[in-house]
Design a protein around this ligand. Structure first.
Ligand code: SF4
Length: 291
């Protein structure tokens, strides 16, 4: 990986010892911020919050990314494996319900080395855009208890428009199918193992959402499905007029009704009130908390 990186489906071939790849990552782990996150699904945040670690860089680069400040820029600190293990340890000591690794697919080899140094005693969550290779997923799988994959786009036209990558669904579908096999273990309202597939409904893209829901249901996996309505205009969306508004109640309801009418029971539905900037973490240096 270090000299000719092919870790993710972009396969940009960067020499990461001397330069950054398309994802923005060099040879060191980049952590933008970490802390206790109270606004994940209730079984993930549970009582004390999810011990969330936001990594810098991203290989998917959605135009409307709500974490734009860290997915594009070199926000945060470059760390070695020992320093990342110390963060895991600190979050555990602060009472975190789990260790939640957000968009870390471009650091898989370093993460594997970190887990060999220190295995947290609380569940580890893989929070991903799902644009990842089977090889990377198989490498990290032994260290993961809970999968939290996004399922973002069905149509190649939609994914090409917002990420420049028309192959999103072709890559993400087998990745999500793999993660959805993780057997659920939920006790007393807290998830210890399992998979929650997340989908964010986008303005003017409800039909894409219905295709994704249809595909997810066809897996018969038993995984949870979290339908999200929190889209808030963010990121680099000047060229996308349709993204410059929140979702309408009618758009969200169409996706919600479709999911509910399937009779599938393992679902989470988000109130549209969650479409608010106050639920977007503060990635500035001003605070030592996320919100
Ligand atoms: S992980 Fe980053 S550097 Fe490696 S192939 Fe993907 S985009 Fe390129």
């Amino acid at each position: 990986m270090a000299e000719n990186c092919r870790l993710c489906p972009v396969a940009c071939g960067a020499d990461r010892k001397n330069a950054r790849g398309y994802c923005g990552a060099g040879d060191k782990i980049l952590v933008a911020k970490y802390g206790l996150h109270p606004y994940e699904e209730p079984c993930i945040s549970y009582k004390n919050g999810s011990g969330t670690v936001f990594f810098g860089g991203c290989a998917l680069r959605c135009a409307f990314c709500q974490n734009f400040a860290l997915s594009r820029a070199q926000t945060g600190k470059q760390l070695g494996e020992k320093e990342l293990a110390d963060i895991f340890y600190e979050l555990e000591a602060r009472g975190a319900e789990n260790i939640n690794l957000v968009t870390a697919a471009h650091f898989v080899p370093a993460l594997v080395r970190t887990f060999k140094l220190y295995r947290p005693k609380i569940p580890v969550v893989w929070n991903t855009h799902s644009y990842e290779t089977a090889a990377a997923l198989e490498a990290i799988d032994p260290y993961i208890d809970i999968y939290l994959p996004d399922l973002k786009y069905f149509s190649p036209k939609v994914s090409a428009r917002y990420t420049g990558r028309e192959d999103y669904f072709r890559v993400a579908a087998p990745a999500v199918a793999f993660m959805a096999k993780r057997k659920a273990d939920i006790r007393g309202g807290k998830m210890y193992a399992g998979c929650i597939v997340r989908h964010l409904v986008l303005p003017l893209c409800v039909n894409d959402s219905l295709e994704l829901i249809r595909w997810f249901l066809s897996l018969h996996s038993g995984a949870y499905f979290s339908l999200m309505g929190q889209y808030t205009p963010c990121g680099d969306i000047a060229a996308f007029p349709e993204l410059q508004r929140k979702l309408t109640p009618r758009e969200y309801k169409k996706a919600e009704d479709f999911l509910l009418s399937s009779g599938y029971e393992n679902i989470f539905l988000q109130a549209l009130g969650a479409a608010n900037e106050r639920f977007i973490p503060d990635f500035s240096d001003r605070t030592d908390t996320l919100f």
